[in-house]
Design a binder for this molecule. Structure first.
Ligand SMILES: C[S@@+](CC[C@H](N)C(=O)[O-])C[C@H]1O[C@@H](n2cnc3c(N)ncnc32)[C@H](O)[C@@H]1O
Length: 433
């Protein structure tokens, strides 16, 4: 299954201390969310948000639920390794396995006091209570030994990534970089917002918010999302890595720009800002649902020069912009999201190795289609939030071979552990005049 990047809306957990003992129902909610996640294939964030809203959880309980769900998902293979050690490899049904993962996560990773972690997970366990109780008590007694065993395990277990992914990364970048990437993905992501300079009050108002730390180039880091500022369009939740492609495209005020995979619009808004809201941007996307969000975001962010249209670059319909040729085109294509796995924890468990080739083929077709709309002398920036060469350099190489009228001017790969942001790739191609 392909996972489009939706918004980079922060997934950072609320800050909590787990010294107190939140109610048993938090473990039940965690179990429901995780088993639903496995059954439905839906995003964990969506399921979690729905659950927090429906169950009307207090902020500390919601934060605790968030920590259990995300820490468990981020450490599935490690938790299973510990569960296997503690049960001597016994076969476990799905529900019991999730209960053990949740219990071991609290005990061994979240530092929840053992009486709370054991008693309240056992209370949520129902018919498998005796087994869960025995395993978690043993884990409490053998905690130091269990932690000591981790170092000797392969990267796929130590950092809970699918084996094919680790193998692929070692082949692509060598063991040291692959390990650094796995390690990076295990940390909770930072939350960033980009100041929206199209809102005249934004700079002054954000400067008065002590909870925001200026990290340069219009980005601020924060502990939790500044909801009011986001609601009023003073800023947009976005990782600094997302700014490279629009800046590489460098559209000028007054130009005609096509943002052909635009939803939900973080990059469109930055393009409009770079263009000082002068000129025209056709912001298109093939997904009607995402177009609704694109429109809302662009209105809130005071983007005045964008026209939003449904347009599938791989479809037969004529383009909504007639026979216009563009000065610049941004192609922020659907990709594996392999550069944003710290933020999108589901991705590593959804992605299949065969998908890279399928994605690369779609990406090549998208670029080939978009090239019809580029003026001679115009620039096209191809961008992904993937760090995989098959979707990045591989696609560019194939495009250059098939289109001798193109020249590559520059490219940039953002490797998360090095740049301390999400991963991304951008390449600028120019159509020779
Ligand atoms: C990575 S997301 C774009 C994110 C966006 N640029 C932003 O900054 O918010 C990729 C987008 O491509 C769209 N897409 C996928 N296939 C497409 C196609 N054939 N034609 C147009 N858009 C497509 C998806 O619906 C998705 O919204």
């Amino acid at each position: 299954m392909t996972v489009d990047s939706i918004d980079l809306f922060p997934l950072t957990p609320l800050k909590t201390s787990h010294s107190s003992s939140p109610s048993t129902s938090v473990r039940n909610h965690a179990l429901d969310v995780l088993t639903d996640w496995q059954k439905s294939g839906r995003f964990a964030t969506e399921l979690l948000d729905e659950r927090v809203r429906r169950a009307v959880l207090s902020p500390p309980n919601a934060a605790f639920l968030h920590d259990i769900v995300f820490t468990t998902l981020r450490n599935i293979s490690l938790l299973d390794f510990w569960a296997d050690q503690l049960t001597d490899g016994k076969h476990l049904d799905h529900r019991t396995r999730w209960l053990l993962r949740i219990g071991l996560c609290q005990l061994l990773l979240l530092g929840v006091p053992s009486h709370a972690a054991v008693n309240e997970t056992v209370a949520a366990a129902g018919r498998s209570g005796a087994l869960v109780n025995a395993v978690l008590r043993r884990a409490g007694r053998e905690e130091a030994k269990l932690h000591a065993m981790v170092e000797a395990q392969p990267l796929a277990v130590r950092y809970s990534h699918p084996e094919f992914m680790v193998r692929r990364w070692i082949k692509i970048m060598g063991k040291a970089k692959a390990e650094a990437l796995c390690q990076w993905n295990q940390e909770p992501p930072h939350t960033y917002v980009r100041l929206n300079a199209l809102n005249e009050e934004a700079a002054e108002r954000l400067a008065k918010m002590p909870e925001l730390t200026d990290v340069g180039e219009g980005f601020y880091q924060c502990e939790t999302a500044p909801r009011e500022a986001l609601k009023h369009g003073l800023c947009y939740a976005q990782d600094p890595s997302t700014a490279h492609a629009p800046r590489m495209l460098a559209p000028k005020p007054g130009e005609m720009v096509l943002d052909a995979c635009a939803a939900p619009g973080g990059k469109t808004a930055l393009l409009a800002e770079i263009m000082c809201n002068e000129g025209r941007i056709f912001a298109c996307d093939s997904s009607p649902v995402r177009l609704t969000r694109l429109r809302e975001n662009l209105t809130r962010l005071k983007v005045r020069i964008a026209q939003v249209h449904a347009f599938d670059l791989l479809g037969d319909a004529p383009p909504p912009f007639g026979d216009v040729l563009f000065d610049r085109i941004l192609l922020d294509v659907p990709c594996s999201n392999s550069g944003v796995m710290r933020r999108r924890i589901d991705v590593r468990w959804r992605l299949q190795e065969e998908e890279f080739a399928v994605l690369a083929e779609t990406q090549r077709r998208i670029v080939a289609s978009a090239l019809r709309f580029l003026k001679p002398g115009g620039s096209l920036v191809y961008s992904t939030c993937s760090i995989d060469p098959e979707e990045n350099q591989g696609v560019i190489k194939a495009i250059l071979e098939a289109h001798p009228e193109l020249e590559m001017i520059e490219s940039r790969l953002i490797f998360p552990p090095k740049e301390q942001t999400d991963g991304a790739f951008a390449a600028r191609l120019v159509k020779k005049a």
